[in-house]
Write a protein that binds this ligand. Sequence first.
Ligand code: ADP
Ligand code: MG
Length: 666
Amino acid sequence: MERSGGSAQKLEKLGIFTLRDFLYHIPSRYEDYSIISPISALQPGEIVTIRGTVIDIKNLFTKRINIQKALVADENARIEVVWFNQPFLIRSIHKGSRIALSGTVDVFGGGRAMKSPEYEIISEAPDAQLIHTGRLVPIYPETARISSKWLRRQIHTILTKHANDFTEYLPEHILKNHQFLDLPQALWKIHFPHSLEEAQKAKNRLAFDELFLLNLAAHKRKEEWNAKKVGNRFFIAKFKKEISAFWNSLPFTLTNAQQRAVKEIFKDIASPKPMNRLLAGDVGSGKTVVGTIAMYLAFLNGFQSVLMAPTEILAQQHYKTISELLTTLGVSVHLITGSVKTKRGKQEKPDILVGTHALLARNDHFETVGLVIIDEQQRFGVEQRALIRQKGENPHFLTMTATPIPRTVALTLYGDLDLSFLDEMPKGRIRVKTWFVPEEKRKNAYAWIEKQIKTFQSQTFIICPFIDRSETMQSVKAATKEFEYLKKEMPHVRFALLHGRMSSKEKESVLEAFRKKDADILVSTPVVEVGIDIPNATIMVIEGAERFGLAQLHQMRGRVGRGTKESYCLLFTQSSSQITIQRLKAMEEIHVGARLAELDLKLRGPGDVFGVLQHGMPSLKIASFSDFGLIAKARNEAEELFPKLSSYPLLVEKLKEVTSEKVSAD
Ligand code: ADP
Ligand code: MG
């Protein structure tokens, strides 16, 4: 408990390398030992602190355990105290020691006792303070063998000696505007508060700092990006005729949101600095066509475009869609994936290269890239995103995502990007009827599905969850088992199976067969989550639905309701937890991804919402993505201050410190 030999290594595990790291190791909670009581008044079950003198202490060894037994007295009464398996205690607690003890009052051998209380020798020094007892006591995220008690003592010492060395770097007007504690105060009070309100106030201040600095860093990256010049500027007005011919060739009219996004993109790419824009929109909101018009414009200006997608299935689908839209307009489209081999040297330079990350490894064909698009950007790592951007000379850069994140969060996370939101679905899209199905209605549900198949030739997805957070053998087995089970359960139904351990050829042929209606039900792991488009599929069944974030469920639900037929989503869970049911019920009502994400942030916290969806997202140590109010405050203050940043040298310094710590996001 007291020992921490080899502590450097263990501290490393906690991410503690410097004095600063100690102070920013934030308590996960506080134990309330602030009630101090005379021994005579103790009631069993109370959590209290007592102060007294040690009358006796000894080790008692039995066969299995050893017990440390002490007798402690104050002016009027005495109490027995026991600890277990801590024989070294008698080295620090002696007869006659003045001691404070915090914990629960228990009944033991007929009288009152304290079992394994927190203890602290009361020092005679005039300015001595209790830190482990008699107050709100911070409890830290611990690692093997680094105890809260040890950390608490180190942190208290560091605060006593160095708190005032942590100079305030926030401008005074910000402190005033929000009535923030100053930095040394905040550091003291997050660790040793007098009340929970005080702790919250301290946390609020430090969380603001974290978000504020994140925003400033984004502004800084944006400024750096804006200093770039594109290789060659695009023209738009010149191609009015061609562009309207393209519009007219579309089988639909663009939604208002799409039109807005196109306008924003046109403005960007007509400017001498490269575009750096994120196009965010729910599954099915029509991002592809927006990207395609940008690629067409690049073509008209004599530039190539690259479109990178996270999976082979998606790349193929894009290849098909874009070819259909643009080939008749004289644009050549070319597919590059791991399994599609191109004949080198023979072909003309293609105008558009569509592919998977296999694009990254290629250098041929990329002579005049002027536009780079990444679809489902959250699926790629930071490095891959950086690499693809190196094709061409400062090309325009458009990323697309269906990650349903609340606008406030997006503005902070992607503060260095310009954002376009497709917050409107194409007209005529039918809302997917969603039901949370209790386990006892499972058989009925199967019967209903069979009937739908028989009557309407409907097709169904059944998604089995990842057992871990990725496609492990276990998940594959679970899906395979479900597949075998259902085949027996519904002998007249034709089943197919899809999982991530199949080769991409196998996957493609399974999907192709399903698309051609050679199977009625596709049992799958969540590999179908992203992108695939099978308009005849109208029923989505999700097993173990509690394992997915609501945003993710929403994305999976988006696999159906793509055609004109009424579509359904059935959610199953084995869990009976209230929160789970509340979450799944919300799926019945809410059909906007960002709102579901927001709700999940509140109900489950950011880890679950973003954990699976997002690579390379900055993780927050103190603040939370669910604190929308504080997020907005931090963003507004950063926006206002950034142009004047250089007049705040301490803040500049601080910003350097934090940005050098983090791997830059691009
Ligand atoms: P996502 O945003 O998920 O990438 P897609 O670009 O794949 O969505 O579009 C989904 C479907 O909607 C496609 O079949 C596409 O042709 C169609 N679509 C796109 N925009 C519109 C629109 N304005 N009106 C009708 N259908 C549209
Ligand atoms: Mg898409």
